[in-house]
Design a protein around this ligand. Structure first.
Ligand code: ARG
Length: 389
């Protein structure tokens, strides 16, 4: 009996290794760590721990797939209640990679270390089940607490990194870093600076304002400050640049799929800048009606991704609509970065629906008198409704 476990190297997933042997009777536990742009050291640590505690370990590079998903998210201006969906987008990709290994290994089941309270369980389960794998979720099924896990880990000679001072559950990938748990579970608690790693304290940023330029082609960022870059590098660089300015922190209350509300802290400097710049360029290029309708599509897109329902046919249909609109979203945007704020300050596109000749105060191209006819009908019903009889 063989099981393949989605493995981050953290406490929950490491505890799953002996549990899968002891409580579920698997003879062979195979760990899979998927690279979605988390720090190198984290992947190395997962590799070391996987090799040490499991029977076999795989590390799979999914950075390319992840960047493609991020590009879709930029085109969709994706956010759920203000969250840029980094973890949510990574999960289905990780799940697919685990399934691929499970097929190669002819495993009897696949497993994850998610709790029964969060969204991640739903995202993994949905993809695992799509491929008809039996799903095992030890933490959820055995209803385990973190304290129990720490004790159990110690008994099994598993090194535990979680401390009383830093008890956070952190999930990190190219698009965002999320920090949960510990003192943050109290919404009245103001987090200490030490929860942040990607962003400088905006109050202490000493840098001068900086204007950066982002080029987009069909809704996708292709260059940073006139340097053509592949997606992964562009986003990494921008994370560093905008992080130095203290840009991209979110402290919010979030509605999980199950209905539980949670306090969430995120860092996402590049996401903040790219989404802002992309939206700005769209305003120059898309029609008023396109923009209005696209908002509905964006919200639906983000909800599907948040819920891990990316295999729904609706998701493909929404992407088809979004891609159609993005055909013209080519151009550049300049964004000013300063003390925690990113502000678009200039934009250009060959496909702009903006016309200086028409809207300028100095232009005589449109005879202003023509507007009077329009104005006579404008607000007609309101005036009828309020007329004094
Ligand atoms: N609330 C976010 C989400 O549902 C982040 C979850 C982070 N997960 C974690 N294991 N720390 O996508």
């Amino acid at each position: 009996m063989k099981v393949v476990l989605a493995y981050s190297g953290g406490l929950d997933t490491t505890v799953c290794i002996p549990l899968l042997r002891e409580k579920y009777g698997f003879k062979e536990v195979i760990t899979v760590t998927v690279d979605v742009g988390q720090p190198r050291e984290e992947i190395k640590r997962a590799e070391e721990r996987g090799r040490k505690y499991a029977d076999k370990h795989y590390t799979v590079d999914a950075r390319k797939e992840f960047v493609d998903f991020i590009f879709m998210a930029i085109k969709a201006n994706a956010e759920y209640e203000g969250y840029v969906l980094g973890t949510a987008m990574a999960r289905p990709i990780i799940a697919k990679k685990v399934v691929e290994i499970a097929k190669i290994e002819k495993a009897n089941a696949v497993a994850h270390g998610c709790t029964g309270k969060g969204n991640d369980q739903l995202r993994f389960d949905n993809i695992f089940r799509q491929y008809n794998f039996k799903v095992i979720a030890p933490i959820r099924e055995l209803n385990l607490t973190r304290e129990w896990e720490i004790e159990y880990a110690k008994k099994h000679g598993i090194e535990v990194k979680v401390t009383k001072e830093k008890p956070y559950s952190i999930d990190e990938n190219l698009w965002s870093r999320s920090i949960e748990g510990g003192s943050l579970e109290d919404p009245t608690f103001i987090p200490n600076e030490d929860i942040y790693e990607w962003t400088k304290d905006p109050e202490k940023v000493s840098k001068e304002p900086e204007i950066i330029k982002i080029d987009f082609e069909k809704g996708i960022p292709i260059a940073l400050n006139d340097e053509k870059l592949e997606g992964f590098e562009l986003i990494s660089k921008l994370n560093a640049i905008a992080g130095e300015h203290g840009i991209g922190r979110t402290d919010m209350i979030e509605d999980r799929v199950l209905g539980l509300k949670t306090r969430e802290n995120y860092e996402h400097p590049a996401a903040t800048v790219l989404l802002l710049a992309h939206k700005d360029l769209e305003k120059l290029v898309l029609s008023r009606r396109e923009l209005k309708f696209k908002k509905l599509v964006e919200e639906e897109w983000s909800e599907l991704v948040y819920a891990g329902l990316v295999n729904d046919p609706l998701f493909d249909a929404l992407n088809a609509f979004i891609d159609k609109t993005q055909e013209r979203v080519t151009g550049w945007v300049k964004v000013k970065l300063y003390r925690g704020c990113a502000t678009p300050v200039a934009r250009y596109s060959e496909n702009a629906l903006y016309s200086k000749e028409l809207s300028s105060f100095d232009s005589l191209m449109i005879d202003q008198k023509f507007a009077e006819g329009y104005s006579i009908f404008h607000g007609l019903q309101g005036r009828l409704y309020r007329r004094e009889l």
